[in-house]
Design a protein around this ligand. Sequence first.
Ligand SMILES: C[S@@+](CC[C@H](N)C(=O)[O-])C[C@H]1O[C@@H](n2cnc3c(N)ncnc32)[C@H](O)[C@@H]1O
Length: 391
Amino acid sequence: MSSPYKLTQGQEITNVRKTLDITRKEFSDALGFSIEEEKTMKLWENDKEVIPKIIYNKIITFPTTPPLLPPTKESCRFTQIDLFAGIGGIRQGFQRHGGRTVFSSEWDKFAAKTYRINYGETPEGDITQIDVKDIPEHDILLAGFPCQPFSQAGLKKGFEDARGTLFFNIAEILRYKRPKAFMLENVKQLRGHDKGNTLKTILAILEELNYYVPTPEVLNAYHFGVPQNRERIIIVGFDKNCLPTDFKEFQYPNGNITNEICVGDILDAQVSDRFTISDKLYEGHLGRRKLHKEKGNGFGFCLFNANSKHTNTISARYYKDGSEALIEQEGKNPRMLTPRECARLQGFPEEFIIPVSNAQAYKQFGNSVCINVIEAVAKSMLDYLEQYNIL
Ligand SMILES: C[S@@+](CC[C@H](N)C(=O)[O-])C[C@H]1O[C@@H](n2cnc3c(N)ncnc32)[C@H](O)[C@@H]1O
């Protein structure tokens, strides 16, 4: 007689999913299941169908503890806060140098779920609702913040010009908490946003707060070891109260232009047909391309193969039709990149868990950063701070 306490296989696999607190659809996507397997998941969980051994093993060995836990309080080199955290790409770049996150904020529930499952922390919600006094002391502030115009543009009230924008919340934390340094990340277009006024106002406020802010730099992921053409503006700053009066100029990392990387580096050897785009979608792409060509503007969708040097920038809208980067296939319509391939294009490690649907995963990786770039910026910042014994 079997023990009354022994779980059935269905209960065991349900437990794995429940521990992760994700839906069957999300779990199927995370496991790379076919649509058929996704549909059968419920029957397996309810012991209505026998679970094939290969599937059972895949589920039972799925990691349920966060793979990217931060260093402990005792072992960390410095502390950081992660604002507009998304799925923690920026956090990881600094964590790799020993940073321990003491506060994070992200209001999107799906991104927060990916964050929790990978780092073991649930971020706080809307940053505008958080009292600055409740934010813990920290060494470095990190934020990949949404770009908004300043409604007070032209009034030149300095700090007050930012009120009502998300940048104001960052500025307020800098003012109250005085971290030793910060790193802000944004789209390259921030430079031209609102005729250059947005960036100008941001820099003026940061300087007014008594931070040394070197001229921001646009860095391209392709120069940092991944086959993606992705340019992002990085703004760093250092508290002048901590620097000597004759402080040196900060140097951003240059990266390295090499011909050794190509799209093939991040492609999976075998990809399910569910990523091949439908005839209807492909016809739509071809039709729009023809139209674009006739009007002489742009290329429409973009095709790449394993030998391409890099893809275009993966954006949050990639899930809609994949137009910025489709992969050629022999004798078939092109295919979308898989979420795991997008993760690699952003420098995420293989152990990073993707616990959301494919559509959400595309959004999350598109919104995130290339970790390699951030890791290099973090190194330059830490070298800079350490030469003055600031950390
Ligand atoms: C460009 S993404 C940053 C992604 C992040 N750097 C990463 O590596 O994944 C901006 C994020 O800010 C979040 N966000 C926007 N407004 C917010 C608010 N008021 N409070 C908290 N999060 C917010 C969005 O949900 C989005 O995930």
